[in-house]
Structures are given as C-alpha cells and as structure tokens.
Design a protein around this ligand. Structure first.
Ligand SMILES: Cc1cc2nc3c(=O)[nH]c(=O)nc-3n(C[C@H](O)[C@H](O)[C@H](O)COP(=O)(O)OP(=O)(O)OC[C@H]3O[C@@H](n4cnc5c(N)ncnc54)[C@H](O)[C@@H]3O)c2cc1C
Length: 381
C-alpha cells in the first residue's frame, strides 16, 4: 500500500472481511456444487456499496483507491471465487462506460449499476475472435436513428443475467481494430437473446453465456466515437487485469492459509508434517511467490491511482499472479495429500477456480506479447 488506510477505507476492508468470512465462505462450496449463479448475495453486497467501488462518487460509486479495491476484491475471491468473478465482470462493463462514454450515457447507466440495481456484462469475445479482437464479426450498421447490431458473443460472464451489456462491434468491417465501436445494449432489447450457461471447470457460480444480437441500438447508446471501441476495451482491460491479479492473490492466500494450518495439525509418523523441511520449503516458496504477485499488483494499482500509464504493470501483475495462483493452489492441494483432492475440502475448488485466470482478460501468452512489445519499444530508434 503506497499510503496508510484512512478510517473509511479501514471500515470498508473490515466490513468486507467480516462479510467474506461469515457469509461468502460458508456458502462457497454449495455455490460450486450446485453451479447456481451467485445471485443470493447481491442485496447485501449492494448494501455495502460493493457494486460501485470502481466508480467515483459523482456516479454513485464509493470511489475506492485502486489499491484498496485490490484488497476488497482479494478478500471476496478468497472466500468465493465465483462471486468475485461476477463482480469484476460487472466492473468491466461500468469501467468501459466510465472510460469511453459521455456524461449522458454515464448518467443513464452508472448510478443504477453502482447501487447494484442493475448488473453489467462485457461482451468482447466471439466464437472466432478471442485473443485477437480485430477478428470479430459482429457488426453495427448505420440506420436512420442509430445502428443495427448483428453477431454473436461467446463466454460472456454475467451475460444471461445482466441488465445491460457493453458490446463491441465493427462499424467499419475493413479497418481492423480501428473499425471497432462500443455500445450498450439493454437486456429487454428486441432481438437480443442469451443461451444457457456454459458448463465450466471452475467458477461454477460465475456463469458465462453465449449472447446473440440482431437488434436495433440507438445512437445515444454508442460509447464514445465510432472507431474508439478497441481503445476503450484495452483501457478497461488494464483495470480488469489488476482485478484478476487481486482474485488470484485472494484465492492463493486462502490456499496458503489452509496449507499452513493443515501442516501444523496433520501428523505423519507421530510428527506434524510442518516439521518436515521439504514441506517448509514448499510453504516458503508459496509465500514468496504470493508476496511477489501482491507487490507487482499493488505497484500497478498505485500507478493507476496516480493517473499514470500502467498497461505494462497491469499485464505483468496479471501474468505473474495468474501463474502464481496455479502454482500455489496446486502446492496447497499437495500438502493436504488425499484430503486436498477430496471435494469435502476447498483445495480442489481453488485449483479449478484459478485455472481460468491464465486465460481470460488476455491469456498468459497475450500478456507476454504485451510486455515484450512495450519492453522492446524502449529500444526503438
Ligand atoms: C469463464 C470465462 C469467462 C469469460 N468471461 C468473458 C467476458 O466476460 N467477456 C469477454 O469478452 N470474454 C470472456 N471470456 C473469454 C476469454 O477472454 C477468452 O476465452 C480469451 O480471451 C481467449 O480467447 P479464446 O478462448 O478464443 O482463445 P484463442 O484466442 O483461440 O487462443 C487459443 C490459444 O492460442 C494462444 N494465442 C492466441 N494468440 C496468440 C499469439 N498471438 N501468440 C501466442 N499465443 C497466442 C492463446 O493464448 C491460447 O492459448 C471468458 C472466458 C471464460 C472461459
């Protein structure tokens, strides 16, 4: 943390900590087992202002500093990854409107979203366009009073339950990513439909959907200028990558905590397994890995808070944290032996939940591409 928490920030973190421990964590295994969308905690989360922690108070948000937001997301994820994923998908939608939209659009969507009265989704990926959004086929053709949007979005978190969806579509099919524009589509728009929730390996309560659009969108629902959609998406994903890192840190912290407790309690051959140096070294590596991720992400968050460019730091934080979370949750499961593999304990859920973090919001390969590109650009003549 670049500076100490003020009393409001401390109160927020304490309240989230309590909520995570007392409400989210006890329900998380059931959410995973039943694969029900995490709507059961929406009202208490709304009452705590959690749906607006990314938004300034001008738009009804809590306006947390990015570093404090990091801690809040980490606490929620450590208790229930699905809830954190639902919440951060909502942040992507509202961030996109905040970043790219005009005052009128912000005023129409953000206060309700910040209050948790409406849920957002962020629709960039398509069946044939994931890592390279410029491949997208969804198009937005001009009409007399706006656009006709036609296409399919795939793997969209919250999509089937969202009240509004930020959708990226081409207004110029021949201009690559410069032809991409962004729009807000309301769920009750005729011609919009959502398929059933996809069946996924983890985050089973944070549902993803295929969405189909063959609908009219008024001009005032365009986010920013025509052709500015890719820039809006990338800036939004810079924020999102710090949030993915926060989820990874939160889940890895829960796994490390479980591993430390287990290793002190579990006796093998009359000795607690924590006395074995082999396991102590595993725990030491896990704690060090975790701390590196936390500091990288907090560094990116601090830069964001100062209004500096932070794309490179966000990509590094996301890359490191998502790969760290794979290593740490796997090691924590190993330390639990057969009990770690059992569905009666949360270790196997942690390992399943973090696997997507290396894929969504830009895979590890794409983060490496971004980092290398920025690095090598410093050596251009
Ligand atoms: C649970 C879940 C939630 C999601 N939520 C959302 C959401 O809310 N909104 C949304 O828009 N999308 C969402 N996604 C989609 C996600 O962002 C994409 O799956 C991701 O960007 C990868 O795209 P893809 O699946 O098409 O893989 P592809 O792009 O087909 O990639 C396949 C493989 O090729 C690699 N690869 C691709 N290009 C390169 C390259 N240039 N160099 C090296 N390797 C490369 C990739 O890293 C990957 O390993 C979600 C996905 C899941 C599974």
């Amino acid at each position: 943390m670049s500076r100490e928490l003020n009393p409001e920030e401390t109160a927020m973190i304490d309240a989230v900590h309590r909520f995570a421990d007392e409400v989210l964590a006890p329900a998380a295994a059931g959410v995973d087992e039943e694969a029900v969308f995490v709507t059961r905690h929406l009202q208490p989360m709304a009452d705590m202002g959690l749906f607006g922690i990314n938004l300034p108070d001008q738009w009804g948000g809590v306006g947390l500093r990015p570093e404090v937001m990091f801690e809040v997301v980490a606490l929620i994820a450590g208790a229930c990854g699905s809830t954190a994923s639902m919440l951060t998908a909502h942040f992507l939608a509202t961030d996109a409107i905040l970043i790219g939209g005009d005052e009128a659009l912000r005023g129409r969507y953000l206060p309700g979203a910040a209050a948790g009265k409406s849920l957002g989704a962020f629709g960039l990926t398509e069946p044939l366009a994931g890592s390279n959004p410029a491949d997208m086929m969804t198009r937005a053709d001009r009409t007399a009073d706006g656009y006709h949007l036609k296409g399919v979005k795939h793997f969209i978190s919250n999509g089937g339950a969202a009240d509004f969806i930020v959708v990226f579509a081409k207004t110029d099919m021949d201009a690559g990513h410069r032809g991409i524009s962004a729009f807000v589509v309301d769920r009750d728009t005729p011609g919009f439909s959502s398929g059933p929730a996809e069946r996924t390996m983890g985050l089973k309560g944070g549902h993803v959907f295929e969405l189909s659009f063959d609908c009219a969108v008024p001009e005032q629902n365009r986010i920013g200028e025509e052709g500015s959609g890719f820039r809006t998406a990338m800036k939004t994903l810079d924020n999102g990558r710090i949030e993915v890192a926060a989820m990874c840190v939160g889940i890895a912290e829960a796994a490390l905590d479980a591993a430390c407790r287990w290793s002190k309690d579990r006796q093998v051959g009359g000795e607690a397994i924590a006395t074995f140096q082999g396991l102590q070294w595993m725990l030491a590596d896990m704690a060090t890995d975790l701390q590196a991720s936390r500091l990288l992400a907090l560094g990116a968050a601090a830069k964001r808070g100062r209004g500096e460019r932070f794309s490179q730091e966000a990509a590094m934080a996301k890359l490191h944290a998502s790969e760290m979370a794979g290593r740490v949750t796997d090691a924590a499961l190993q330390i639990h032996g057969g009990y770690g593999y059992s569905r009666d304990m949360p270790l196997e859920r942690y390992a399943r939940d973090v696997r997507i973090m290396r894929i969504y919001e830009g895979s590890s390969e794409i983060q490496r591409n971004i980092i290398a590109r920025n690095l090598l650009a410093q050596y251009d003549d």
